[in-house]
Design a protein around this ligand. Structure first.
Ligand code: SF4
Length: 386
């Protein structure tokens, strides 16, 4: 596309191109189509993602006429921050309005040795895991790439940590917020490309984690194009129980999921890489000793570390948090079986920012949220057991 075709496209769309979400390759093509040299893409990437500039006039190493040309056809626009919340434990949450008026949430968790930003990939989620607040909201749409990377841009800007070190710099990103990232594949890949690119955020592949509920063919596709860290939301040691907690399991059962996780590792040049297994523990649901023993055997052959997450209750949830006794017994059974196990500390639950609590505002196209509300009004809570 030449500059005149770019302008023609704009005339048809009446919409400027938002450069914030363009991958390095797409930004390169944007400048090529304008008849500019490829290094312009590198310059603009740095202005946007390393210096935090959203005004072409501040890009002083670009000629004035080029800046004027860019202003007429493009923009750099992050999604709008609706509100910002800070927990007493230092966790921060942004509610962010995206195109069309829906809202998603991004959460920053500061720790001694790192600062982790948990970002969303979809408005709501179509997969309806029974313990997840996002799932109960139903599904509206996939986020565009600028709305995904925009969450990181917003956080880095908020901490004034573009360029130089800041107190609360974002060192890690987890695609663990609202939505199933592998069902918004292209936009997630473009966004992660920016996270990893040295002319943008320059994060190490070990510090960018994609968490999936188990879309098996897409895990294989991910292995073709990326080597970020992979986390699997398992939550159950057998198909009978997982079918109830994570309904996508009926389509991609545990054996096929773990096989795809192993194939993902097999593609990595570094043999020390491991999969993270996430296991949310719910009282009297999946926290019994036999579940721990079954899980230990199930994961025997997969190079992995297991992250135990005490369930965080929310409105309309059918489950209760695991007791401390059951949590530590569960952990010890896994450890004694030779597994590496961590327990995720609950953070930010006073601002509904803890794991599994993100809800945003979703104009649900599935009518699932309505069904969940009706169900709660009409029925006593039932607990599943396996
Ligand atoms: S746990 Fe993840 S995949 Fe499941 S409903 Fe929630 S956001 Fe979707």
């Amino acid at each position: 596309m030449t500059i005149s075709t770019v302008e023609n496209k704009l005339a048809i769309d009446c919409q400027k191109i938002n450069l914030l979400g363009l991958s390095p390759e797409k930004l390169g093509k944007f400048f090529k189509d304008m008849g500019e040299k490829p290094f312009r893409a590198t310059q603009v990437l740095k202005w946007i993602h390393q210096i935090g500039v959203d005004d072409f006039d501040q890009m002083t190493n670009l000629a004035k006429d080029l800046r004027e040309k860019m202003k007429s056809i493009a923009e750099i626009k992050a999604p709008e921050i609706v509100s910002y919340h800070e927990s007493k434990d230092g966790t921060c949450k942004w509610i962010i309005r995206v195109k069309g008026g829906d809202c998603v949430e991004a959460v920053f968790i500061p720790e001694k040795d790192r600062g982790t930003l948990c970002i969303s990939s979809q408005v709501g989620c179509a997969l309806d895991c029974s313990f997840c607040a996002t799932g109960k909201q139903g599904f509206s749409r996939d986020l565009d790439a600028f709305e995904i990377i925009g969450q990181l841009w917003i956080a880095v800007k908020a901490f004034n940590s573009f360029g130089e070190k800041a107190n609360r710099v974002v060192s890690n990103v987890v695609m663990m917020g609202m939505g199933e990232p592998l069902l918004n594949f292209d936009n997630v890949i473009d966004s992660m490309g920016l996270m990893l690119n040295d002319n943008a955020y320059g994060l190490s592949k070990r510090r960018v984690t994609l968490s999936t509920s188990g879309i098996v063919p897409m895990i294989d596709k991910l292995a073709e194009v990326s080597d970020v860290s992979l986390a699997i939301s398992l939550h159950a040691p057998n198909d009978k129980l997982r079918d109830q907690l994570v309904p996508i399991n009926k389509k991609y059962p545990i054996s096929s999921l773990l096989a795809s996780a192993q194939r993902y590792l097999d593609k990595m040049p570094d043999v020390r890489r491991k999969i993270t297994i996430e296991y949310t523990l719910m009282d009297h649901i999946n926290d019994r000793d036999e579940h721990a023993r079954e899980l230990a055997i199930l994961l025997n052959k997969l190079p992995c570390k297991i992250n135990l997450i005490p369930f965080n209750p929310f409105d309309q949830s059918d489950y209760r948090r695991v007791t401390k006794t059951a949590l530590y017994r569960f952990r010890d059974i896994l450890k004694n079986a030779g597994h590496t196990v961590t327990v995720r500390t609950t953070r930010g639950d006073d601002i509904s920012a803890a794991c599994g609590q993100l809800a945003g505002t979703v104009r649900d196209k599935t009518r699932r949220s309505e069904r969940h509300i009706n169900k709660h009004q009409q029925q006593p809570i039932k607990f599943v057991m396996s």
